[in-house]
Design a protein around this ligand. Structure first.
Ligand code: PXP
Length: 246
């Protein structure tokens, strides 16, 4: 028997990064999202950052209206972002920490320090009928605290693994956190820094239902096109799950 199907959500932020380099209409992240869907993506992820460095408010509105799969709206737990989520009601919101000076999201949420803010955000999103996922480091305390806060899902930060894939501790931490999260009844997602080259061992962790992958796909798409770039990742995920028979 092979492992259960694992969903691929494509993060299209960096299509908007190229567009914003010239403040021009092209390339359009919504058109890119449609190609990802054509190539087999199960959902589209987009991060509206407070500084609007790539995705813009109008992109999120258009994605919510025009994609045919589902939108995972990634944002910080600010009143502005939560109000937008309440208005658009995407299928899911993934809450991430955000610092203006960072190049990309650098670590998981501090689920202890941000507890009141996160509790309130999860409750607001639940009232709006939106599933909430918390982007956290692969640590037992963060998993347990996410559960205590009432999150529907956790997204495990795969950055440490992507930076040191040869260190078995990084993969072990992901596997242990995924098993704990699933045993507590949460859906387990993962992402950050994944590529065709390193996705296999993460894709083979049975409890991980969904991967969020962006930069490597958009970068590869420059050479082979968006459809083929998505298909390459999809194949790498499927091969890993198929190889890991039990
Ligand atoms: N998941 C989260 C929560 C992220 O913040 C990001 C990066 O925006 C990703 C996944 C995708 O990471 P990458 O672009 O490195 O594939």
């Amino acid at each position: 028997m092979s492992l259960r199907y694992q969903r691929l959500y494509v993060n299209i932020d960096h299509v908007a990064t190229v567009r914003q380099a010239r403040r021009s209409p092209e390339p359009d992240p919504v058109a890119a999202a449609r190609l990802c869907e054509q190539a087999g993506a199960d959902g589209i992820t987009a991060h509206l950052r407070e500084d609007r460095r790539h995705i813009q408010d109008d992109d999120i509105r258009r994605l919510a209206a025009e994609i045919t799969t589902v939108l995972n709206f990634e944002c910080a737990a600010t009143d502005e972002m939560l109000a937008l989520a309440e208005a658009l009601r995407p299928a899911a919101v993934t809450i991430v920490p955000e610092r203006r000076e960072e190049v990309t999201t650098e670590g998981g949420l501090d689920v202890v320090r941000a507890e009141p803010q996160l509790r309130d955000a999860i409750a607001r999103l639940r009232r709006a009928g939106v599933r909430t996922s918390l982007f956290i480091d692969a640590e037992a305390n963060a998993v347990r605290q996410s559960h205590a806060l009432g999150a529907d899902a956790i997204e495990l930060h795969t950055g440490p693994y992507a930076h040191a894939p040869a260190d078995p501790r990084t993969l072990r931490a992901l596997a242990d956190a995924a098993a704990l999260g699933a045993s507590l009844g949460m859906a387990v997602h993962a992402g950050h820094g994944l590529s065709v080259q390193n996705v296999g061992p993460v894709a083979a962790i049975p409890e991980i239902e969904e991967l969020n992958i962006g930069h490597a796909i958009v970068g590869r798409a420059i050479f082979v096109g968006m459809v083929e770039a998505v298909r390459e990742i999809r194949r790498a995920m499927d091969d890993a799950r198929e190889a890991d028979r039990f």
